[in-house]
Structures are given as C-alpha cells and as structure tokens.
Design a protein around this ligand. Structure first.
Ligand code: HEC
Ligand code: HEC
Length: 159
C-alpha cells in the first residue's frame, strides 16, 4: 500500500476540472461566470483572488511589491475570474503614481518599489472608487477576501 498514495497524486494532471488544488471552482458561484482552472500553473491569469504577494514576495518567479484582483462582486470566491480593463492607480507615500490595468482574470501586479503607505483609486471607463484608508501592505488579498479581513468589506470590486 505505500505506493498507492503517490500514484493517486500523479493521476491528477492540471487542467479543467482539476480539483487537486484550489483551481477550478464552480463558475456559477462567480459573478463573472468564469473561473481559473489552471491550479498553480504559472500565468498572469493564475489564482485570481488569492494572495499573490504571499507567493511572489520571494523565491522563484516574478517578485511583486503589490498585487491583487478586481472582482465583480464583494463575495466572489477564490479562483473566480474578475473584471478586466479596470485601472488601478497606486499613489505611494512619495507621491509616485503607478497605474496598472487588470487583465482578463481581473489580476494586477507590479514589482515597482512602492513607498508605504499607499492609496488606491480604481477607474472603470471614467467611473471611479477609492479606498479611504492608506495601507501598509501591498497584498490586497490579505484583507480583501470573499469574507473580508481586517475590516475590509470583501473583495476589491470594480466601480
Ligand atoms: C500558491 C502560490 C502562488 C500564488 C497564490 C500566486 N502565484 Fe503566481 N506564480 C507562482 C509560481 C510558483 C510561479 C512560477 C514561478 C517560476 O517557476 O517561474 C508563478 C508565476 C507567475 C507569473 C509569471 C508567469 C509567466 O508566464 O512566467 C505571474 C505573472 C504570476 N505568477 C502572477 C500571479 C498573480 C497576479 C497572482 C495573484 C492573483 C499569483 N500569481 C498568485 C505561485 C503563485
Ligand atoms: C490591511 C487591510 C487592507 C489592505 C492590505 C487593502 N485594503 Fe482595501 N480596504 C480595506 C478596508 C478596511 C476598506 C474599507 C474602508 C476604506 O475604504 O478604507 C477597504 C476598501 C477598499 C476599496 C473601496 C471599496 C468600495 O468600493 O467602497 C478599494 C477600491 C480597495 N480597498 C482596494 C484595495 C486594493 C487595490 C488593495 C491592494 C493594492 C487594498 N485595497 C489593500 C482594507 C485593506
């Protein structure tokens, strides 16, 4: 029986329907009706809603100082694709502006140096919203989970 478990793990290739990690939720649970199904496959579209910076602060792969996902709804679960084409304006403590645009998963990320704290404004076709508080952590998903942590109301949502 010791060989049985490794065989089971190898028998789960990444891909649509793969449930061996968090990839591939129920599209019906997502406001956009679309999910990421690639597991931890490396991609700019990977793991929407998850804490990008937790994996991308060090180690292999690109290093991010600030990253997250703009979702369609406050309660969207992890791995729901978010909203594309939303501009995320980050103004850091030195007054430097970094403008990011969400991709087709709703993800945005940068490795630009961000002097903390920063402020955020979102812009979708000229309709804007902003976070009233300044933040000290570039990992949006540390607070903006589906349930909301540290007082956040839920996801970062498109205006
Ligand atoms: C569970 C850990 C984990 C999480 C969470 C995660 N990533 Fe990754 N990501 C990786 C790994 C590992 C790689 C591949 C590193 C390598 O070998 O080059 C990668 C690669 C990437 C790449 C490079 C893709 C390429 O084509 O080379 C981008 C861009 C990326 N991730 C964006 C994100 C974004 C945006 C998020 C959050 C929405 C995120 N990642 C969340 C682990 C993670
Ligand atoms: C330490 C926790 C924390 C972090 C990190 C954080 N936020 Fe927030 N965010 C909040 C809280 C709390 C609120 C609600 C009060 C407010 O607006 O300041 C909020 C509100 C918002 C709002 C306004 C929501 C609305 O529509 O009224 C936006 C937009 C937002 N955050 C975007 C971001 C982005 C983008 C990031 C990452 C670059 C981020 N936040 C990181 C805690 C956080």
């Amino acid at each position: 029986m010791p060989f049985f478990i490794p065989l089971l793990l190898l028998g789960c290739p990444s891909g649509p329907g793969d449930s061996s990690d968090s990839g591939g939720g129920d599209p019906a649970a997502c406001s956009t009706g679309h999910t990421w199904t690639g597991g931890n496959d490396e991609s700019p579209l990977m793991n929407p809603g998850e804490d990008c910076v937790a994996c991308h602060a060090s180690g292999e792969g690109p290093h991010f100082t600030l990253a997250g996902t703009v979702m369609g709804d406050m309660g969207d679960p992890d791995d729901c694709n978010g909203v594309d084409g939303v501009i995320v304006r980050v103004t850091d403590a030195d007054g430097n502006l970094t403008e990011l645009t969400t991709n087709s998963a709703g993800n945005f990320y940068t490795n630009d140096p961000i002097t903390l704290p920063y402020t955020i404004e979102l812009d979708r076709d000229g309709v804007t919203s902003s976070m009233s508080a300044e933040q000290e952590d570039g990992a949006c998903a540390a607070c903006h989970t589906a349930e909301g942590r540290n007082g956040a109301p839920g996801r970062v949502v498109a205006p």
